[in-house]
Ligand binder design. Structure first.
Ligand SMILES: Nc1nc2c(ncn2[C@@H]2O[C@H](COP(=O)(O)OP(=O)(O)OP(=O)(O)O)[C@@H](O)[C@H]2O)c(=O)[nH]1
Ligand SMILES: [Mg+2]
Ligand SMILES: [Zn+2]
Length: 309
């Protein structure tokens, strides 16, 4: 019997069949699938074959994972060898970010954007909590828009406390399967509930001392609306280590570098120190944003630059 994983705790799963039946599942034996080398073998979004357990009602074993269309994998941080698959078979991945309470660093956003491109998952940046930006709101948002102006990024802004501000975003994701990810406390679960009040994902507080979230959501879970929109809420993550990338390819995922790269003297230019480098020239002449170049360098050096964590 085929089913789709809608919830993952790491040790057990909920799988939903096409007719809507829910099965509580565990994995059994060695699962046959492409070797992605992740610490969690099964992810929300996976299509699986399950075999009902004869002894317990609505309990089953996952015996096979079908080929995935795409996926998002990250490392917990640069030192970690543990790879985690966040979700699979996605139409889009949304980074929910906030500029205050807590602040999401650009490095974290850029790692996510790069990961989406390299795994063929369309990415969306949703800047939440704009209600907290006060008088500086325009300034803050303008800065974000100018940093990403030529980065081919889809950006939405709004506040999960103001449902009217979410209309465009809601239309954009209608009918799709979409992953919500980001730091703890940025409002992923609040956003989900605001978009679809019929859901009641648990929402947490922000700690006063550090303006951080408290890891309220502990499992990845897919919520499905009547019209077929599927939103996957996930636990907040601190770091986003990119995986499966060749050093020489990293610059390809910075669209705004492209036209300047063509002017580099050396075809294997790393844009870090070489003479007659088109990217360095563009940087010096403010043709590419410093923040994006900084992200490029830190990803190249495989450094975590989440200084605002
Ligand atoms: N002012 C304001 N507060 C918000 C907004 N969105 C969420 N919050 C608040 O931020 C806090 C954390 O929200 P959650 O939805 O639990 O955050 P989360 O991203 O799901 O966090 P984890 O589950 O820990 O990863 C709650 O107190 C929300 O009320 C917003 O747009 N504006
Ligand atoms: Mg949450
Ligand atoms: Zn160069």
């Amino acid at each position: 019997m085929q089913a789709t994983i809608t919830k993952s705790t790491g040790s057990w799963y909920i799988a939903r069949t096409d007719s809507g039946d829910l099965w509580q599942c565990r994995t059994r034996g060695k699962l046959r699938l492409e070797n992605l080398n992740t610490s969690n073998p099964v992810a929300v979004g996976d299509v699986v074959s399950i075999e009902p357990d004869p002894n317990y009602e609505h309990t089953a074993s996952i015996v096979k994972i079908e080929q995935r269309k795409n996926w998002i994998i990250r490392k917990a941080n640069k030192l970690s060898s543990q790879r985690q698959i966040l979700a699979s078979n996605l139409d889009a991945a949304v980074m929910v970010a906030s500029l205050v309470a807590p602040r999401t660093s650009l490095g974290f956003i850029d790692r996510f954007l790069l990961c989406g491109q390299s795994f063929h998952v369309p990415t969306i940046l949703f800047i939440n909590k704009v209600d907290l930006l006060g008088e500086q709101r325009q300034e803050f948002l303008q800065e974000i828009h100018s940093i990403y102006a030529h980065a081919e990024v889809e950006i939405h802004t709004g506040s999960a406390l103001d449902p009217d501000s979410l209309e465009d975003f809601k239309k954009r994701i209608n009918g799709q399967r979409v992953l919500l990810m980001g730091h703890s406390g940025v409002g992923k679960s609040t956003l989900l509930n605001a978009l679809y009040p019929q859901f009641s994902a648990k929402v947490g507080n922000i700690s006063n001392a550090h303006s951080k979230g408290k890891h309220t959501t502990t499992f990845a879970e897919m919520f499905t609306t009547e019209d077929g929109t599927q939103l996957i809420d996930t636990p907040g993550i601190r770091d986003f280590g990119v995986v499966d990338l060749k050093e020489n390819d990293i610059h390809l995922y910075f669209p705004e570098f492209r036209k300047y790269m063509k002017q580099c003297k050396f075809s294997n230019c790393s844009h870090t120190h070489e003479p007659s480098c088109g990217v360095l020239f563009a940087l010096e002449n403010q043709l590419i944003p410093e923040a994006r170049y900084y992200s490029y360098r830190s990803i190249l050096a495989d450094e975590d630059d989440d200084i605002f964590k």
